[in-house]
Design a protein around this ligand. Structure first.
Ligand code: HEM
Ligand code: HEM
Length: 233
C-alpha cells in the first residue's frame, strides 16, 4: 500500500478549462443538431410570424449556440495561453517518427484487446494512444471554431468575423459544404466524447488509479513510476 505514488497531473487551470470546454460543447451539440434539423417543433422551427409569445424559437436556439461558441473560443484561447506559460500544461504533439511512440501504441492496443494485462504494460501518465486522440480533438475543436465563426460572419459580410474567416467558406467550396463539414466534425467530437468517457471509466476500474477524479482533484495514483513522469515537471 505504501508503494503507491500520488502524482500531481492536472493544474487547476487545465481542470477548469476541461469542464468549461465539456459544458460548452454539450450546449453547442444540442443546439447545433437542432439548428441542422429542427425536428421537435416542425421542419422549419416556429415561423417568425407565429413565434411571438413562444419561448423555444430558432432565434433563441441560435443565440444560445453563438454564446456557447464565444465561450468555446475564449476557453480555447485560455488553453493555448496556459500551454505557453506552464510547462505541465503544454500541448503534446504525437511523436510519430519515434519507435517508442509506436511501441506504446502497439502495447496499448494489445492491452485494450485483452492480449496483455494492464500490469504487464509500461505504465504511463497518459498513454500515446490517448495523447494522439487529444491532439486530433484539439484540431477538431479549432476547426469547429473557424467554420462556426466563418458561418456566423455570413450574416454580416462587412463585419469583423467575415473579414477574418470569410475565406474559409470559399475554401471549403461554399455555404452548404461548410455547414456539412461543421456538422460531420460535430459528430466526430461527440463520438470521441463517448469513447473518451468509456476509456476513462475503464482505466479507473482496471487500474484503480483515480482516473475519473483526476480531472477534479488533479491527482492520479501509480503502483510503479510512470514512463513519462518527466512530463509532469
Ligand atoms: C464543438 C463545437 C460545436 C458544435 C458541436 C457545433 C454544432 C453545430 C451543428 C451540428 C450545426 C448545424 C449544421 C448543419 O447541419 O447545418 C451548427 C451550425 C452552426 N454553428 Fe456550430 N457547433 C460548434 C461550434 C460553433 C462555434 C464556435 C460557432 C461560432 C459562433 C458556431 C456557429 C455556428 C453557426 C453560425 C451555424 C449555422 C447556423 C445557421 O445556419 O442558422 N458553432 N453547429
Ligand atoms: C466533449 C467532451 C469532452 C472533451 C472534448 C474532452 C477532452 C479532453 C482532452 C482534450 C483531454 C486532455 C487534456 C490535456 O491533457 O491536454 C481530456 C482529459 C481527460 N478527460 Fe475529457 N473531455 C470531454 C469529456 C469528459 C468527461 C465527460 C469526463 C468524465 C468522465 C472526462 C474526463 C477526463 C479525464 C479523467 C481526463 C484525463 C485523462 C488522461 O489523463 O488521459 N472528459 N479530455
Amino acid at each position: 500500500m505504501n508503494n503507491i505514488k500520488r502524482l500531481y497531473v492536472f493544474s487547476p487551470s487545465l481542470r477548469i478549462w476541461h469542464w468549461i470546454n465539456f459544458l460548452s460543447i454539450m450546449v453547442l451539440f444540442a443546439t447545433g443538431i437542432y439548428i441542422g434539423n429542427p425536428f421537435f417543433i416542425g421542419s422549419q422551427g416556429i415561423e417568425p410570424a407565429l413565434a411571438h409569445g413562444e419561448t423555444l424559437t430558432m432565434g433563441l436556439v441560435r443565440e444560445v449556440h453563438f454564446i456557447a461558441g464565444y465561450i468555446l473560443l475564449a476557453s480555447f484561447i485560455f488553453r493555448i495561453l496556459i500551454a505557453l506559460t506552464s510547462k505541465r500544461d503544454r500541448l503534446f504533439i504525437p511523436k510519430f517518427w519515434t519507435a517508442e511512440y509506436w511501441f506504446s501504441i502497439f502495447e496499448t492496443v494489445q492491452e485494450y484487446l485483452l492480449l496483455k494485462s494492464s500490469k504487464e504494460v509500461v505504465p504511463h501518465v497518459r498513454n500515446h494512444l490517448a495523447r494522439t486522440a487529444y491532439f486530433f480533438i484539439y484540431l477538431a475543436i479549432f476547426f469547429m471554431i473557424v467554420t462556426g465563426f466563418a458561418m456566423y460572419g455570413l450574416s454580416d459580410p462587412e463585419g469583423f468575423w467575415a473579414s477574418i474567416f470569410g475565406w474559409v467558406v470559399w475554401a471549403l467550396g461554399g455555404e452548404f459544404p461548410t455547414h456539412m463539414w461543421h456538422h460531420w466534425i460535430a459528430w466526430i467530437i461527440i463520438l470521441f466524447a463517448i469513447v473518451h468517457v468509456y476509456m476513462v471509466v475503464r482505466e479507473d476500474i482496471v487500474k484503480r488509479d483515480g482516473e475519473i477524479s483526476s480531472m477534479f482533484s488533479g491527482y492520479k495514483f501509480f503502483k510503479k513510476e510512470p514512463f513519462d513522469a518527466e512530463d509532469l515537471k
